[in-house]
Design a protein around this ligand. Structure first.
Ligand SMILES: *Cc1c(COP(=O)(O)O)cnc(C)c1O
Length: 234
């Protein structure tokens, strides 16, 4: 199957899941998780209609960006972010999905104000409390939102989560539902620089389930680009 055929199928599935949930398919942004796919393959996906790309390594993003990989699409950062890499992303990434500490917010704020801009971010919730995963505990969300309101160089646009990997997408429903509840409940609280617009959840195995639980941003890699060829030992 070509990237264009894969993309068409994913978009059909998204449309069907959205309609089933009584939502407008046009309200759901498909972010192609393009890690380990070279600039040519990323361009192929964009030419076939992929509206946004998400990368999870800063180095790889910068290399592919220098090759013009993302022209015509939004560029998002979806991976674990180290503080010393923030300076490369601020102003380049339209949205940083994976912000999980006050220290990271402080550095994003600092770099954004230096450049005279406001960086859009999502806060990453560790819904299942897995020790191996990034993100903060659901209970810490109010604290994180209050902290965010102290940083004029950033704006919280919503929430993101990566639930446990499992074979059947439905097993993640409880986590998706929890995120949707946090998204709705905290959307009503008014902080100056917090607007709960985006709920980023769902990957190749479970994006339809995520959409049924309110996701309006899905991050899909394998189902668009095919299996990734991990180097030995990864
Ligand atoms: C790779 C990745 C995805 C997509 O994973 P697939 O299972 O290939 O769809 C989504 N989110 C993040 C943060 C990723 O790193």
């Amino acid at each position: 199957m070509s990237i264009a055929e894969n993309l068409a199928r994913v978009r059909e599935n998204i449309a069907r899941a959205a309609e089933k949930a009584g939502r407008d398919p046009g309200d759901i942004l498909l972010v192609g998780a393009s890690k380990m796919n070279d600039a040519a393959r990323v361009r192929e996906a964009i030419a076939a209609g992929l509206p946004a790309c998400g990368e999870n390594r800063v180095q790889e993003l910068l290399e592919k960006n220098a090759q013009g990989a993302y022209e015509g699409a939004e560029l998002h950062f979806i991976g674990t972010l180290q503080r010393n890499k923030v300076k490369y992303l601020v102003g380049l990434a339209r949205l940083i999905h994976s912000v999980d500490s006050v220290e990271l917010m402080r550095e994003i704020d600092r770099q954004a104000r230096k450049r005279g801009l406001v960086q859009d971010i999502l806060l990453e919730v560790n819904a299942a409390g897995e020790a191996s995963k990034s993100g903060f505990a659901p209970e810490a969300l109010p604290e994180m939102l209050a902290a965010a309101s102290e940083f004029p160089g950033l704006r919280v646009r919503g929430l993101m989560t990566i639930p446990p990997i499992c074979s059947a997408g439905m097993e993640n429903l409880p986590y998706f539902l929890l995120l949707n509840k946090l998204f709705i409940d905290n959307g009503e609280k008014k902080y100056d620089n917090v607007r709960m617009d985006f709920l980023s959840m769902g990957m190749s195995g479970d994006y339809e389930a995520a959409i049924s639980c309110g996701a309006n941003m899905v991050r899909v890699g394998t189902a668009i680009f095919g299996p990734r060829a991990y180097p030995p030992g990864k």
